[in-house]
Design a binder for this molecule. Sequence first.
Ligand code: AMP
Length: 287
Amino acid sequence: MSLKMAVPNKGRLYDRTIELLIKSGLDLGEDWGRKLYVTAKNQDIEILFVRAQDIPEFISSGAVDMGITGQDQIADSGCDLVQVLELEFGHCRLSVAVPEASGIKSVDDIKDGCRVATSFPNITRRFFESKNKKVKIINVSGAAEIMPYIGVSDIIVDLVSSGATLKTNRLVEIEPIVYSQAVVVTTEKALEKSKEAITDIVNSIKSVIDAENKKYLMADVPTSKLDEIAKLFPGVAGPTVMNINGRTDMVAIHVVIAKNEVYESVNTLQKMGAKGILILPIDRLVQ
Ligand code: AMP
């Protein structure tokens, strides 16, 4: 039976999720953008496109085996899921925010009866209960930040990344409730049933993320500097060293380096007499 995987059908997590699946080697065919589900052409995997906020429940109920969504959605759902991979995108935090003019500086200043607009009612309720605050939760499906302005609520609990939307709406963040990024999640039950298939797809996605954080460096370096260079560029298992036809004074090296070290590495190698330095992207990195 195919492995079923739920992914967001739109919104902030959509583009990068699809990119990761395709780069991992799943062939979604041509017109997946208009479908509610697709079966990968080259793997026994069915991808279902659903709302990010429905994904935890779909996984928990066993309707699908695994999925990709935000940790914020998982926290709000209260579902008992197993997180198998952090995807390093969709970073945000769910925070309490108040109107600039409210004078509220911290959660301690919030009075009982305060109306809180949010699309995360469960985690918000649990948060205020843990602080012994009796607030009234107003469940909205989006645009929580305009609710104080139109008088629907006094404060909000909403997702923040840069804080620009809050600022535009004259709101200030007073306390984060949960930090979030996109993750791959499943259940113990699904892992029991399809451990190998789940591990395979998770490893594939991880290899794409790992590869994106790295570059492949090739250069011709002076043979006399080889030991020093090998120490500076250990790579995954040490640099690959190759002879250059007809030369004894220079050798070619190939090595994997961190993306954020490219600038410094090129400068260092140049100063050490390296020639023909090439930096190449890596599609997948399986360690
Ligand atoms: P949406 O675009 O509303 O479908 O949001 C889906 C998910 O994207 C949320 O549950 C978060 O995990 C993530 N997300 C939402 N807002 C932000 C934001 N401001 N910055 C980064 N990620 C966000």
